[in-house]
Structure formats: structure tokens, C-alpha cells
Design a protein around this ligand. Structure first.
Ligand SMILES: O=c1ccn([C@@H]2O[C@H](COP(=O)(O)OP(=O)(O)O[C@H]3OC[C@@H](O)[C@H](O)[C@H]3O)[C@@H](O)[C@H]2O)c(=O)[nH]1
Length: 409
């Protein structure tokens, strides 16, 4: 689906919300006028009628949604591949931020894609452009339970990736990484599928080697607040190579560094979404700790090309996928502020526990074996991300004023 079509759909939603809001304000003002003339009973009656109408609208919206699912929508054109080239591909976590961009790319190549997501952080709207397409299937399923599907490739992305999200339920995060990965590796073994694990730069912990190359073993606090994710992904890597060595599963391991772009959730909690949304709302940009810690930021389309190149390669050892241009968080806050403008100030708040102090990928391997390197500059990637968040913030503000006007009725 093109950016233009997405933007058009969003504009339509905003327009619809604006209309609803106007209508509600109109009804509200009618009520206030009537309030003076009518008895308390008639006001209550009106309120009841309005509540019934809201319920009815909800029912109709649900019916509309079901109809939309039954009637195939107009999806983007995809090439028709012959049976030798066309693959059946499972993407776990395919309704998430990264997963849904991967799904778009695979669908646009003409493959059959099955998305499995438990919708903890994934969102149906990220993949709804494909619902009804003959090459696409969406399954609500939690991969801590086994899954039986026939596929040629598995991209295993399922797991919350933002620190506040993965810390929210650490036991569940560990279960997803261990039981979920065992289930997906078991599936890969049964159906002889190539398995790609979305691992992370967090396996290096708070690194004492810089930049981080794949041969570095890491520096992780095994009982700290980040351990559920860091150790979970380390265990997932261990399982992946155990299945590769003992069960002859064909595996790939991508160590993904900080990635950003459209479809990040407004409340994602990671720095790109936090700073951008804060700046767009004229709120202070919250730098955790001194702001001297560093990160390097990869635009999501670059990550997707790296993941696909890895899956299609024969390279089985872990490989870093990230952008090697490093920024301090202080500098990054200034960049966001300059791009967005507004009245926000940059403030320093409490440091996050066990926050890695320096992070920058060594991408020599990706360069050498995948001929991959990032192609989108930070400036270009941030412009696209800011445009996306502008629309999200507008939508959010409309929803807030809508619910405020409902409550005041
Ligand atoms: O509002 C904020 C949010 C974050 N930060 C800081 O910004 C830096 C980056 O934080 P993020 O939460 O975006 O991401 P982190 O680097 O901590 O973790 C990420 O690492 C790589 C991926 O695998 C995961 O997406 C995620 O775990 C940290 O130093 C953090 O303390 C702020 O200063 N302010």
C-alpha cells in the first residue's frame, strides 16, 4: 500500500472524527438549551437515547468491520510468482512495528505471508491493508503455544522490543523468547523451513567493547531489569544454534540495533517516539540521566532490506544490522528539537537502570557477506517519522476532545 493511500485513509479518519465531534457538540449545545426548558426526566431521557445511539453506532461499526473482512479490499498490486519462486512465509510478530514493514516487503515481492501475532504490542491496523488479499493470512495466536502451519521460511520477530514494554511482564518476556523460540524452531524442523531469529544489540548488554562486533560476548546483568529481554534473546540465540547443530535446522540470526520509523506506537516508550511526540506536543524532551550515553539509529526500511538479504543468504552466524553513525542522547534531543521546532525544552530526568552507555554496531560482516549497509540518512528518516507522528498526534487529540465531549454530556 502506498504512503499516499495510507495518508488518504488517515485523512479520512481524521475528517470522520471531526464530523463526529461537531455533531456531538451540536447535540450537546441542543441539550444545554433544552435543559433550561425541560424537566430533569426529559434530560435523562435524551441522555439515554444518546447512549443507545452510541451503542447502536458501535454495533454498526462492528458489522461494517465484518463486512470489510468478507469483501476483499483493494490491496496494492503484487507480482504473480511461479511456484518455484513463490514462498510461504511465516512472520511472528508480523503486526508489530518492524514485522508489518517486513510483511509489506514480502507481500510486494509476491510471496504468501502468514502473520501470527498476539496483539500485545502489535496492532491490526498495521497489516489491515492486506486483509482479504489471497496471499495473506492473519492469525491471532501466542507463540508460547505450538503452531502448526506449512511454510518455507520463518521470520521470528515476536517479542515486545521497547524497554518499558518488555519490563512490564518480565516472566512473559522470558517465556516468549524461550518457549516461543522453541515452538518456532520445532516448527522449522518439522516443515524444513529456514528460520531467522530477530535478535538484538541488547545481547551485548552495557558493552565494554566499542564498537560492538559479533565476536564480542557481551556484558549483561543477569538479574537486572533488562535481563528478561537481554538474557531472553541470548537464550533464544543459544536455542537457535542448538537446533542448527543437533537438528540441522537452517538458521539465520540478525542482531538488530536501535530502529525507528512510521508505525512506532505513540506510547512505544523508546527514545525516537518519546522525543518526537514530546516535541510535537510542546512538552519537554526527557533525557534519561546525563545524556552522554550513545545510540545509533537505523531507519526501518534499511532494517527490512537487511533482514531479507540475510534470509536469502547462506550466512548462518550472527550478524549485526544497524547504523554505525553514533549520537549522544543530548545531541539527538537537539536534532529532534531543531527539526520540529516549538516551545519544548530539553530536560534531564532520572537515569534508567542498567542503561547501556555506548552502542554502535560494527557492520563489517553485513557489508562483506550481505553487501548491506544503511542507505537512509538520519535526517531523511526522521522527516518521514515526524510526518507519521504528526498525523498520530492529530488523531489522538481529536479522540481526546471527542471523549471529553462525550463525558460532559
Ligand atoms: O524518553 C527517553 C527514552 C529513552 N532515553 C534514552 O535513550 C536511549 C535509547 O533508549 P531506547 O528505549 O530507545 O532503546 P534502548 O537502546 O534502551 O533499547 C533498545 O535497544 C535495541 C533494541 O533491540 C530494542 O528496541 C530496545 O531494547 C537510552 O539511553 C535511554 O535511556 C531517553 O533519554 N529518553
Amino acid at each position: 500500500m502506498s504512503d499516499q493511500v495510507i495518508r488518504k485513509a488517515k485523512r479520512r479518519t481524521i475528517l470522520e472524527l471531526e464530523l463526529e465531534l461537531e455533531l456531538e457538540q451540536l447535540v450537546g449545545s441542543t441539550m444545554t438549551t433544552k435543559d433550561y426548558d425541560c424537566s430533569i426526566e426529559s434530560t435523562c431521557l435524551l441522555k439515554k437515547e444518546l447512549e443507545d445511539a452510541v451503542l447502536r453506532i458501535g454495533e454498526l461499526e462492528e458489522k461494517l468491520y465484518n463486512l470489510e473482512i468478507r469483501n476483499p479490499r483493494k490491496c496494492s498490486e503484487v507480482p504473480s510468482l511461479n511456484y518455484l519462486k513463490k514462498k510461504r512465509i511465516l512472520v511472528t510478530g508480523g503486526a508489530g512495528f518492524v514485522g508489518s514493514h517486513l510483511v509489506d516487503a514480502l507481500m510486494l515481492q509476491g510471496h504468501e505471508v502468514i502473520v501470527v501475532d498476539n496483539f500485545f504490542t502489535g496492532q491490526r491496523k498495521n497489516v489491515e491493508q492486506w486483509i482479504g488479499h489471497k496471499n495473506f493470512e492473519l492469525i491471532r495466536h501466542d507463540i508460547v503455544h505450538p503452531l502448526f502451519v506449512e511454510v518455507d521460511q520463518i521470520y521470528h520477530l515476536a517479542c515486545p522490543a521497547s524497554p518499558p514494554h518488555y519490563m512490564h511482564n518480565p516472566v512473559k518476556t522470558v517465556k516468549t523468547n524461550i518457549l516461543g523460540t522453541i515452538n518456532m524452531l520445532g516448527l522449522a524442523r518439522r516443515v524444513n523451513a529456514t528460520f531467522l531469529l530477530a535478535s538484538t544489540s541488547e545481547v551485548y548488554g552495557d558493552p565494554d567493547e566499542h564498537p560492538q562486533s559479533e565476536t564480542y560476548w557481551g556484558h549483561v546483568n543477569p538479574i537486572g531489569p533488562r535481563a528478561c529481554y537481554d538474557e531472553g534473546k541470548r537464550a533464544a540465540e543459544t536455542l537457535t544454534y542448538a537446533y542448527a547443530n543437533r537438528e540441522k535446522v537452517n538458521v539465520r540470526v540478525a542482531r538488530i540495533f536501535n530502529t525507528y520509523g512510521p508505525r512506532m506506537h505513540m506510547n512505544d516508550g523508546r527514545v525516537v517516539s518519546n522525543f518526537t511526540v514530546q516535541a510535537l506536543q510542546d512538552q519537554d524532551l526527557t533525557v534519561y540521566g546525563s545524556g552522554n550515553q550513545t545510540r545509533s539509529f537505523l531507519y526501518v526500511s534499511d532494517l527490512i532490506s537487511g533482514l531479507i538479504a540475510l534470509m536469502e543468504s547462506c550466512y548462518t552466524a550472527p550478524i549485526n544490522i544497524g547504523n554505525p553513525t553514533e549520537y549522544t542522547l543530548n545531541d539527538f534531543a537537539v536534532i529532534i528539537k531543531q527539526l520540529i521546532g516549538g516551545k519544548s525544552q530539553i530536560v534531564h530526568v532520572e537515569e534508567a537502570e542498567d542503561d547501556p552507555q555506548r552502542r554502535k554496531p560494527d557492520i563489517t560482516r553485513a557489508n562483506q557477506y550481505l553487501k548491506w549497509e544503511p542507505s537512509v540518512s538520519l535526517h531523511e528518516g526522521l522527516q518521514k517519522t515526524i510526518e507519521y507522528f504528526k498525523e498520530e498526534v492529530n488523531l489522538f487529540n481529536l479522540q481526546i476532545s471527542k471523549s471529553a465531549s462525550c463525558t460532559s454530556l
